[in-house]
Design a protein around this ligand. Sequence first.
Ligand code: BDR
Ligand code: CA
Length: 314
Amino acid sequence: STKLIIDTDPGVDDAFALALAAHSDDVDLLGVTSVFGNVGLAATTRNARRVLALCKRGDVPVAEGAARPLVHPHPHVAKYAHGADGLSGRAAALPEPERDVENGGAVRLLADLLESSAEPVTIAAIGPLTNVATLLAARPDLHDRIDRVVIMGGALLHGNTSAAAEFNIWSDPEAAARVLGGGEVPCVLVPMDLTYRCAVSTEWLDALASSGPVGAALTALTPDYLAHYRKALGWDGMVIHDAVAVAEAIRPGILTAEALPVSVETSFGPARGATVVDQRRPELRAETEVPGGGSTARVAVDTDLDALRVFLLD
Ligand code: BDR
Ligand code: CA
């Protein structure tokens, strides 16, 4: 089964993604690392540990990562979407963590797990890419221990945090550029264009809530997130971005992806954090001979929506 590490900033949809991996038989969840993002680092670490406790996965080590982006001095958080504590104000209702945080931090845990795994490891990066960028820079000897980095991030058409940028990339564009632009590890980008199309309805959430205590507890984390997505979508549902990416990490190919050149805008202008994905026909790309076209990543562009929603619910 797939060896998986999740790097995360929970976050309501991160909580859904963690629960998905925690309960999947197809995956060996080796560890979880936290990063600033939807809320500050102390809260994302707490939330990750509490969601694992909810899923009775005290066997999974958790380590704390970056509190701020690589270059910009301050993290930008998304309390407007996930609530003040990152889980619609309901974090305290989740069980107490069963296990201490690992010593040495996220990069250390990532490196230790990559070193000790018998098989190459998939990293699902569902928050800002700061920890992953730091790992790649610090430990080039471990690049070939990484099977794929499946990244929830990026926007082809328009952003959700600015007109141009999706939240995870906008939160640390230099880190995203390092991971996607280095060409060192195979990357799969799951952009918001696709995750929005995988939005779930309140009926889907009702089915989750009646599936059992974990489903009910996850659904209870959604009020603030649903209120945000009512504005973003214009209807009563929500986008579980990170669970879509983790589904691909668990079941390679559940999303249809195309190999496309991707680059990340890091200038401090209106396009900061944009992912520039070259979707021109390859013949045209070659003909125009404009330099700086980006590194190739697999970009998720489509999926069987019904099958995906059933997989997530199961
Ligand atoms: C991403 O930003 C966060 O708010 C979500 O958890 C997801 O990882 C979507 O843009
Ligand atoms: Ca996230």
